[in-house]
Design a protein. Sequence first.
Length: 290
Amino acid sequence: MSEQTEHPEHPERTGPGASEASETPAAPPGSADERPEARLDRAVRAAEQALIEFEIAVETFRVEVENFSRLHHQKLGPMYSRLDELDALIAEAKAERSGDAEDLRRAREARSLVMPMPGVDELFHDWLDSDGISDDASAMLTGRAVKPPERVRPSEEVRRLYRELVRKAHPDLAQDEAERERRDAFIARVNAAYGRGEEQLLRELAEEWAAGPAPEAVRPSESEELYARLEWLARRKELLAVLARELEDSAIGSMLRMAPDDPDRLLEEIAEQLLAQVSEREAELKALAG
């Protein structure tokens, strides 16, 4: 899926009875002598496979909905825009003819539904400022060099904090690879804070380093890990089920479910209906103008 969810990895078999299971032949599945953990492990594996299949199905449908939505917009978007424009023109013609306040209100409402052309500020975003086109934008348009960003000048206290942290946490002081990785990651944060001149953050990092690495959590038993895995799988399936319902209930998903085997034909049918509506509106507008 596009959204990654953290979850516990498949547990290593290090809980009670793990060494005994490796030394003695495993009991046949389903037999009275089979360990409870073995039955639970089979349940976890079955749930994992079921979740994988369900996730594949949901993702496949999501991609189909996304692709159909894109085609729908490309092929039918101009027709919808034309209908909106015709509706506004018809309402405005009626209002001009009658002068009625309600007709004028309907005309304004119909015109508000027509997709407006983007304004200058929308087209240029941050190219414009209060004094007109910005210096950076002007430089890019005229070929001049863009002004570099202002540099942060760390204070003496920031420099002192930085030097102390680097002396204490430098990766070269590591005794093993895991410690080196921890120091590398920490120094990267220190460098970023120093580059921005953030004194308070450097103080917090100094306190963090002084506290030392977090103690390793007590490892759960094999059964606890398996139950935790099952609970995560159940929660994940619930989230996927919600996503699947949202996709199916969406306007595009509902249309796609109407013709899952031939969505292109469905688009053609909708296009024919829209063309007929456009012709009706144009005839009505012509009659009003005549």
